[in-house]
Write a protein that binds this ligand. Structure first.
Ligand SMILES: *Cc1c(COP(=O)(O)O)cnc(C)c1O
Ligand SMILES: [Zn+2]
Length: 414
């Protein structure tokens, strides 16, 4: 199966074979890292081969993935990833730094970062002949799985909190998945989905729990490497800001850069900064206390995509910052709305969890963690159309006038 050679437990270090059937370590329950055959990749592929690929999706990184190309060319499944990066001199200047890029994951097929994981998971399901894939989700992971499943005619079962934003629930339903809303939070949906998968033999895609989600998410690191790092004339590390809920996006991005480093294709590791809301800060708390022990919180942030009591990828998420000389930043929810507005002014429409990363960058600059000469890339992880209620709070009301020139002139003269 491609370059996939097995797993290594992220907690106790135990190695497991590629045909291991469990999701997490059978000794300690830790999350598993996917191990690739780096020597083989080094011998058979060069960065230039990848840069020359005509494929305009995450499948251009196929030699670095633990799955085979699942096919489905020309469908939404095959078009996840390879999202645009915008350089904004205006936003950089307004925030007192020289170089700022925004990578817009809202441009994925179902409008969030989660498409990366779900397309890889469908490929994996195909390889192991898993007929039904199931996931718990705050909304986006479910929408992504439902969309990718619809594109490939796979069967998907989604558990989400009934309080998820309407647009996300609408996506789940439109894509034709079996949708089960729980009268509880994301954590309760997670626990129920794991039990259901065990009982009915469904393949569990759950974020962090399934080792392959990080393998999809790491493709964002490959893109940052290709789109920015390889073209940038600087020896200084790039500073990457990403919002954190379960901690799987940040872990996946870290894994992607570690893969590149291992291959000798990345001279300097970027610094990775995780941003959480103060109202959902379990991983920030662990980082601040210099521990990898994650203590659950009672999450209440308005950024639903990162509202998590017990992060499922907390250990690796802490390391993403500590091992790259990064940091964690906790921000108040009010600054999320400001972030949505500010990103809007450069043509990027972010959902609250996306704007969280930007708000974290602002705080890091204010704290002096990021200086004028530090190059920064902010991940916008999801589209603002996912949660228009929050967008309206950020934007305020539009004026209403009578449909006459008189009324217009009166309004404009004010
Ligand atoms: C899932 C999600 C996140 C957080 O990812 P984790 O892996 O849970 O840390 C951030 N932003 C958006 C839009 C998401 O959907
Ligand atoms: Zn273990």
């Amino acid at each position: 199966m491609g370059n996939f050679v097995g797993y290594q437990c992220s907690v106790c270090g135990k190695s497991l074979r590629a045909d291991y059937k469990g999701y997490t370590c059978d000794s300690c329950g830790g999350n598993l890292n996917v191990i690739l055959d780096y020597d083989h990749i080094k011998k058979t592929v060069k960065p230039e081969d990848i840069f020359a690929s005509p494929e305009k999706s995450l499948w251009r990184y196929l030699p670095l993935l633990p799955v085979q190309d699942p096919g489905f060319e020309g469908t939404a499944l095959h078009s996840a990833g390879y999202t645009p990066v915008y350089k904004s001199d205006k936003l950089a200047k307004n925030n007192g730094i020289e170089n700022l890029w925004i990578k817009d994951e809202g441009r994925n097929p179902t409008a969030s970062f989660k498409d990366r994981a779900s397309s890889i998971l469908i490929a994996r399901a195909k390889e192991i002949s898993a007929e039904i894939i199931c996931t718990a989700s705050t909304g986006n992971a479910g929408a992504a799985l439902a969309g990718m499943a619809a594109a490939s005619q796979w069967k998907a079962v989604i558990f989400a909190p009934k309080t998820a934003p309407q647009a996300k629930i609408a996506q789940l339903l439109i894509f034709g998945a079996q949708v089960i809303l729980v009268d509880g939070n994301y954590d309760s949906a997670f626990d129920l989905s794991v039990e259901a998968c065990e009982k009915y033999g469904w393949y569990c895609r759950n974020t962090g729990y399934n080792a392959f989600t990080a393998e999809g998410k790491k493709t964002a690191a490959f893109e940052i490497w290709e789109q920015i790092i390889s073209k940038r004339n600087s020896e200084k590390p790039l500073n990457i800001f990403v919002s954190v809920g379960d901690g799987n996006i940040i872990s996946g991005i870290h894994k992607g850069f570690k893969d590149l480093y291992e291959l000798g294709w990345l001279p300097v590791m970027p610094r990775i900064f995780g941003v959480q809301s103060e109202k959902s800060a379990a991983i920030f708390n662990a980082w601040a206390a210099h521990t990898e022990k994650i203590t659950p919180v009672s999450a209440t942030t308005i950024a639903d995509s990162i509202s998590v009591d017990l992060p499922r990828d907390g250990v690796r998420a802490v390391r993403a910052a500590t091992q790259t000389n990064g940091a964690y930043i906790a921000i108040p929810d009010e600054s999320i709305y400001e972030g949505i507005s500010e990103l809007g002014r450069i043509g990027v429409f972010a959902e609250p969890a996306g704007a969280t990363a930007f708000a974290g960058m602002k705080k890091a600059i204010a704290m002096g963690i990021i200086g004028e000469k530090d190059d920064v890339l902010v991940m916008n992880t999801g589209s603002g159309l996912k949660d228009i209620r929050s967008a309206m709070i950020a934007a305020g009301e539009a004026p209403v006038i009578a449909p006459t020139m008189d009324a217009l002139e009166e309004f404009l003269s004010k």
